[in-house]
Every structure is written in structure tokens, then in C-alpha cells.
Design a protein around this ligand. Structure first.
Ligand code: AHR
Length: 513
């Protein structure tokens, strides 16, 4: 009997505690670093239908296009203001020879894409076409040069071809191919994953090669791209340690890659849909690991680069699941669900938190590949939940980050994983608006919230909420709006604002103090 009473009391006190709102206090008077809009960058590789079919259909296609780039997809991407686009890879970058992709289409040599599916790379999309896409999107460009199987001369000539102003042979060749003015190149990567598909190098060897190659990455004054060294992946710190110690004078940024695999097992990563809750939480636990990892990464940079000139470009991130059954495993086709949208929001929060060093991040990848924004099938197109997460966070591009104090956040625990049920990030938008992004990671429990600014309760909030009935809700061609943002509003009554954040949701608010 005594035991029963004790259990009832315990359950009652737990229930009382569960009803306690989480307190969120935005420290609007303590502005942090600017959230570089490039944190919302994209990545498009010659991989599966990432370029061909998904973006490029060719000028003669019955699918409406502008100079070969399909208009529906380009327009959808314009709406999320892609700040920077990385191309042509990935692993593909280290087998790409830029001369294959210039000049008359009919004369471009077909090659085998040995990285992705062994298919024929027609080279229909080359330098001029890519730069046209970036111009149509209004994006900065981040070109990854081929260190793995190219030559220094090849890289140097590519950069000269792109940027030469005078009457040089390469500038003449560019003009003959239809482009008079030099292009602006903002970011120039030397190699990709040089520890793996880019050459299986050790960091010291890469540092020597980088020193050599960067010497010849020349461009006219006023049009010099930021030079980007290829760094490590996962939880590895050796690369940033070596590169920031040895070549910091020669680089502007060092890259890092980390994907979110539900099982952490590359042989059996986990399903994109119909997954167990254990794989919901394990996937959403990855950004927390990245957060801890970035803190260590930054400690190394702060020691080796106390002047804080070096940036981190987190230029590949996102979910990576088992390939969609019936597709070529080399095309990295996967479905995109509510889980991906929550995952994206959690990444944004981490990147905002480390905005002082993280100056770029690129989701892998933009169209039809991995955690894509857009999925196409012939003339059909659908926007994924991840697209909506990017769209909702648009006001965070170039906003000033603000610290947020959280109190009373319950843990969400399942099996070996335990993560906070709430993740939050605040900022002052470039237009002065006070912004708050929230993610409820728990798939079943709504969270009551109390929002304050500098300790004072707020008047009202308005914004957009993304949620759905199931963890694996997705948009399909035949049902494209199953997961889409809904408008959200709440007003204070009696000086108190009560907001409930639904389970498994992302909410982006404008806060009116
Ligand atoms: O995004 C797919 C691949 O993942 C990239 O080509 C490579 O850099 C990484 O291993």
C-alpha cells in the first residue's frame, strides 16, 4: 500500500513537472557574431540526378528551361536564396578535368564517372553552364579544384580562364566560348576529402601539396577567391591540427565533413522511411556530437590561429540513409521526411552557435541526392521537408546571433541516446527583427514554453511551424504538401504568453518584446 502511494505521488510530481513550461530567455543586449548567410549554402555534384535531369535538362528539352537549366527547380531554389553553391564535387571533383567541359557541346568528350555509378559523364555541364546557373540563382560560387588526379598547371589555368581580364590566350579562349567579362570566383577549394576519395593522403603530405598548389592559385587583385584547404571528417582532429599549424598563412578556410547515419554503420545506414524511433533519436543526436566536436576544433584553431583569420567551411553535412530500393546505389537516392527537417534545424542551431568560426556550410546535396531540397522525376518536381526548413530560416541569413538561456528543458532519452527535447537559437535579423528558431526533438511530447527577452515576458510571436502526424511524413509527387509550414501566432494575455511547441516540430518565430 505504502509502495503504491509512493508511486502515485511520484507520478503526480512527474506530471506536474512535465507541465512546467520551459523558460527561454533571449539575451538581446548581448549580440554575438554575424551568422554568415553562406551557412545556408548548397552543394551540387555530378552524381546521380544531382545535375543531369534534376537541374540540367538541356536547352532543347520539353521541360521549360533557361539555357538548359530547368526553370521550376531554379525558381524554387531562388526562393530560398542559395547564398553559395559548391561544385563539381565531392569525390567527382578529384577526377574532373575542366577542359572536358568547355567549347562546343558536340565536341566535349564523354568520360566515365568512376566515383558515382560508373555512368557516362557527358560533360554537357561545364564551367560556362555552371557559372550561368550560379548567376541565375544569384549565388556565390565555390569551385573545388582537382588535386587528386589533376595537375597544378591545370588548376592554375582553370582559375586564369575564369578570372583573366587582359588579352591573354586563356581570356581569349573564354571569350571565344561566349563569355567576355571575367567571372567573380569567391571560394576555391584545393582537393576534396584528401584523406579518402581525394587521394588517401596523410595530413602532412596534403599540407605540403597544398603549399605547392596554393602558390599557383592566382587571380587578379580584387577577384581573388578565398582559398580552401580540404580538412577532416567525423570526430577526427588531426587534419585541422596539422593544417592550421603548417599552412595557415596560405589558406582562408579549412573544410570539415560529417554526415548523419542513423546506425553509424556505412554498410547498413538505416532506412529513410518507416524507421524505428531508435533511429529517429540516433539521427537527431548527431548535431549534438558536431556541437561538441566543433568546440574542440575551435580550440585548436584558437591556439594555432589566435588572430582568428581562419574559417571553418562545413561543406558537406546532412542525413545519409540506405539507398532507395530499386535505385542505383551509386546515385545516393533517399527519401526526405520530417526527420530531415528537424535534423536541418538542429544543424543550423549548431552552426549559429559556432558562427564566429563557421563561415560556410553546404548541405549534401541540393537536388535528388542525399538530403536534397528538391526531388524531380522527369517533368515533375517536389519540395522536401528539408527545403521548408531552409525557407523558414531565411531571416537568419546574415543575422546577428544572440545568446539564449534555457531552463527546465527535459531530456529525451531512448536506449543509449539522450538529447535535449528542445533546441533553440536566437538572432537579430539584418532588418532588426528578433528571431527565434526552436526544434522539439521528442516525437510524442509537446512542450509548453515561456518566452522572455532579457527577463521580460514578450507581447506576441508570429511565425511558421513545420510538423506532421508521423516521424517519416514526406512530400510525394502525388501529395506534395503533406509537410509544409503553417502560420503560427500567439499573443500574451494578462502579461503572459503561453506557447506550446508540438512534438517533432520546427518553429521559427518573430518575437515582439
Ligand atoms: O556527398 C557525397 C560524397 O560524400 C561526396 O562526393 C564526398 O565528398 C563525400 O564522401
Amino acid at each position: 500500500m505504502k509502495q503504491l502511494l509512493l508511486s502515485i505521488c511520484l507520478a503526480a510530481s512527474l506530471a506536474a513537472r512535465a507541465a512546467e513550461p520551459v523558460r527561454i530567455d533571449i539575451q538581446a543586449d548581448q549580440p554575438g557574431p554575424v551568422i554568415a548567410r553562406q551557412i545556408y549554402g548548397q552543394f551540387a555534384e555530378h552524381l546521380g540526378a544531382g545535375i543531369y535531369g534534376g537541374l540540367w535538362v538541356g536547352a532543347d528539352s520539353r521541360i521549360p528551361n533557361v539555357r538548359g537549366w530547368r526553370s521550376d527547380v531554379v525558381n524554387a531554389l531562388k526562393a530560398i536564396k542559395v547564398p553559395v553553391l559548391r561544385w563539381p564535387g565531392g569525390c567527382f571533383a578529384d577526377e574532373y578535368h575542366w577542359r572536358d567541359g568547355i567549347g562546343p557541346q558536340a565536341r566535349r568528350p564523354p568520360r566515365v564517372n568512376t566515383s558515382w555509378g560508373g555512368v557516362i559523364e557527358p560533360n554537357a555541364v561545364g564551367t560556362h553552364e555552371f557559372m550561368d546557373l550560379a548567376e541565375q540563382l544569384g549565388s556565390e560560387v565555390y569551385i573545388n579544384a582537382n588535386l587528386g588526379s589533376g595537375t597544378v598547371q591545370e588548376m592554375a589555368e582553370w582559375l586564369e580562364y575564369l578570372t583573366a581580364e587582359g588579352d591573354t590566350a586563356l581570356a581569349r579562349e573564354r571569350r571565344a566560348n561566349g563569355r567576355d567579362k571575367p567571372w567573380k570566383i569567391q571560394h576555391w577549394g584545393i582537393g576534396n576529402e584528401s584523406w579518402g576519395c581525394g587521394g588517401h593522403m596523410k595530413p602532412g603530405y596534403y599540407a605540403d601539396l597544398y603549399r605547392h598548389w596554393s602558390t599557383f592559385a592566382k587571380a587578379p587583385r580584387g577577384n581573388r577567391p578565398k582559398l580552401v584547404a580540404s580538412g577532416g571528417q567525423g570526430l577526427e582532429l588531426n587534419w585541422v591540427e596539422t593544417l592550421s599549424a603548417e599552412i595557415k598563412q596560405r589558406m582562408d578556410a579549412v573544410t570539415h565533413h560529417q554526415y548523419s547515419l542513423p546506425t553509424r554503420d556505412w554498410e547498413k545506414k538505416g532506412s529513410a522511411i518507416a524507421f524505428p524511433e531508435a533511429e529517429w533519436i540516433s539521427t537527431l543526436a548527431v548535431p549534438q556530437t558536431i556541437d561538441g566536436y566543433l568546440a574542440k576544433h575551435r580550440e585548436i584553431l584558437d591556439r594555432n590561429d589566435p588572430a582568428r583569420k581562419l574559417a571553418i567551411y562545413f561543406d558537406e553535412w546532412g542525413s545519409w540513409y540506405d539507398p532507395e530500393p530499386g535505385t542505383d546505389a551509386g546515385f545516393l537516392v533517399q527519401r526526405n521526411t520530417l526527420r530531415d527537417a528537424v535534423l536541418a534545424a538542429l544543424h543550423f542551431h549548431v552552426f549559429h552557435r559556432h558562427a564566429e568560426r563557421v563561415k560556410m556550410a553546404n548541405i549534401a546535396q541540393m537536388v535528388n541526392v542525399l538530403q536534397a531540397m528538391v526531388v524531380t522525376d522527369q517533368e515533375r518536381m517536389v519540395l522536401t521537408p528539408s527545403y521548408h526548413a531552409f525557407a523558414m530560416h531565411l531571416p537568419f541569413q546574415d543575422a546577428t546571433s544572440l545568446p539564449v538561456k534555457l531552463a527546465g528543458v527535459p531530456a529525451y532519452t531512448l536506449g543509449q541516446h539522450s538529447i535535449p527535447a528542445l533546441s533553440a537559437s536566437a538572432a537579430k535579423g539584418a532588418d532588426g527583427r528578433l528571431l527565434l528558431s526552436l526544434a522539439n526533438t521528442h516525437p510524442g511530447n509537446p512542450l509548453p514554453l515561456q518566452i522572455a527577452v532579457g527577463g521580460k515576458s514578450v507581447r506576441a510571436v508570429t511565425g511558421q511551424l513545420l510538423t506532421a502526424a508521423t516521424m517519416d511524413a514526406e512530400n510525394r509527387f502525388e501529395a506534395p504538401d503533406r509537410v509544409r509550414p503553417q502560420s503560427f501566432k500567439a499573443q500574451a494575455t494578462g502579461g503572459q504568453l503561453a506557447v506550446t511547441l508540438p512534438a517533432k516540430s520546427v518553429l521559427v518565430l518573430e518575437v515582439q518584446p
